[in-house]
Design a protein around this ligand. Structure first.
Ligand code: NDP
Length: 278
């Protein structure tokens, strides 16, 4: 049986084994999928991957805090991994190790396919300038969004991030960055929270006018119910609220298709893992 795994630290919370086992059952693929905790010490991520490969492992998902190390470990980087400076999926082919980052494409698929959002021409506010935000920028730009404004607590970090993409050809008319106090009176069709503030139940210094009531507020964090960010959006009159469970399942589906050549249906798994936003 072909072996796959997710590697992280900690890893006990990971939903990936449940998701991939459900995909395998639904598509009739014979595979096993396990969760492996790699030690945090330098070099231990690579050693853990090497051991799994030597035991016949075919590919791994990678989660916090090893996504940048996965990128460094790989021999061949897809554009998604190169732009993100981080990989969340590896595939082993002989001596080659291919790296992808499906977080951003999973997000866009969730927005467009599951949540019915047309992205072309729309205004998007992306909160945060860490790994999740970095991975989302290119897939969001590819949707032909009208404006993508990246806002971060540390504004200089957001500006440096955006400057990297502009240096690689993104248009400064479409992609911009600033701090929370510089958002001004602009309103956004989609407000995407890629900060980790919800993990510590913190709200964000966002003006209520940034939300459009007929727009979408999306928190990439999942399983936390109505986060302070989603509550802020609700209080600003936004009707359509979503958390990141769809993004999680869609990035898993992308990895599954990449490894196995079969795209699983995601609706049932998203439904099973979704918690009410209350
Ligand atoms: P990082 O640690 O790389 O980045 C965290 C970001 O959050 C930084 O920009 C940081 O700002 C900002 N931030 C943290 N706390 C606050 C706060 N109190 N107020 C304002 N900004 C804050 O994390 P990731 O980018 O890897 O992950 C971000 C979130 O996305 C996490 O919650 C994670 O769970 C989620 N995620 C979900 C996925 C899914 O599949 N659904 C996949 C990947 C991530 P600063 O730079 O100023 O410190």
């Amino acid at each position: 049986m072909d072996r796959y795994a997710v590697i992280g630290h900690p890893i006990g919370h990971s939903k990936s084994p449940v998701i991939h086992s459900a995909f395998a059952a639904a598509t009739g693929q014979r595979l096993s999928y396990e969760a492996i905790e790699a030690p945090l010490e330098a070099g231990q991520f690579a050693a853990t991957v090497e051991r799994f490969r030597s035991e016949g492992g075919r590919g791994v998902n990678v989660t916090l805090p090893f996504k940048p190390e996965a990128c460094a470990y790989a021999t061949h980087l897809a554009e998604s991994a190169r732009c993100a400076g981080a990989a969340n999926a590896l595939k082993f082919e002989g001596d080659r190790c291919l790296a992808e980052n499906f977080d951003g494409s999973g997000l866009v698929r969730d927005l467009s396919h599951n949540l019915g959002q047309r992205l072309a021409g729309r205004t998007v506010l992306l909160l945060g300038a860490g790994g999740a935000s970095r991975g989302a920028i290119l897939p969001l730009l590819r949707t032909q969004a009208g404006l993508l404004l990246v806002v971060n607590r540390n504004a200089a970090k957001a500006q440096a991030l955006v400057a990297e993409f502009i240096a690689q050809g993104a248009s400064a008319n479409t992609l911009a960055a600033c701090g929370y106090d510089e958002i001004g009176s602009q309103r956004f069709d989609l407000v995407l929270n890629a900060t980790s503030a919800s993990l510590s139940a913190e709200g964000l210094p966002l003006p209520a006018r940034a939300f459009k009531p007929d727009g979408l507020a999306y928190d990439m964090v999942y399983g936390k119910g109505l986060t302070p960010f989603l509550r802020q959006a609700q209080q600003a009159g936004v009707h359509q609220l979503a958390d990141g469970v769809g993004m999680l399942v869609e990035q898993a589906a992308e990895a599954f298709a990449w490894w196995r050549g079969v795209r699983p249906d995601t609706a049932e798994v998203i439904h099973r893992l979704s918690l009410p936003l209350i």
